[in-house]
Design a protein around this ligand. Sequence first.
Ligand SMILES: [Zn+2]
Ligand SMILES: [Zn+2]
Length: 288
Amino acid sequence: MSNTTVTLTGTGVPHAAPSRAGAGVLVRYKKIALQFDAGRATVLRLIEAGVSPTNLTALFVTHYHSDHVVDIPDVVLTRWIQENMHKAGPLPIITPHGSALRFVERMMDAFDDDIHVRQEHTDNVDFRTDITSFAPSTRPTEVWRSSDGEVVVEAVAVHHEPVMDAVAYRVTTPDGSVVISGDTRVCDEVFELARTADVLVHEVCRTQAMAESIKGTPFEQIFDYHSDSIVLGEFAQQYNINHVLLTHLIPSPRSEEDSAKFESDLRRGGYTGMVTVGNDLTTISIGK
Ligand SMILES: [Zn+2]
Ligand SMILES: [Zn+2]
């Protein structure tokens, strides 16, 4: 029986939409719970998925765009506020060098008065952070391993320029592996990493479908560093990807019909494998 599950804690984007929290993916293997990014309302989605911030083993950052990091302070504070009861310790945060590291190092500064007063009045332990950073590489590099060695996380640099130091992650457990693209244009690095994975969680944007409506707007440039849905289908087929789980959906679907268009685009790109168009809390098991 598989012990590994992948849950989308948020499928939204910066433009807020009903029922879609900000970017985030939760990978669980037995008692290990790894969170990738924490966009708006991640704490609520985690609780709904049955994982308190005090149960998280580590949190990984793909890049510093606000829609991926805005709820990290909430995750960290919610965990710390319960420290007297749960003794979970500071949440290990693993992040690429550069601006994402600068963000997580500074993100709690604005809460210093709040942290101080809670410490004074609740006799809570001193607030501490636990941050590890790495230099993104174009070759997959191990960035984390569980203490029993059963779960390994690797990172590879992706193409989200002008954002530098953006990465994708691969989590490997005894059941199999999952790749999380983060934000990127469609690139070989992610697909190389996903070639043998059970599932590829990938961001997606219906760029070609929206080409006319975004002409002359800033979205032309913005969509240029996201993943066009048809090209995604072409790559998924070329790399023989087993299962694509779509998230970070642009535009945010508001109906089943809207969601179906994303799958149709991947089919137009020639993809014949499994497609799941994600909703918040969509959960799949990997392996047997
Ligand atoms: Zn994003
Ligand atoms: Zn981004």
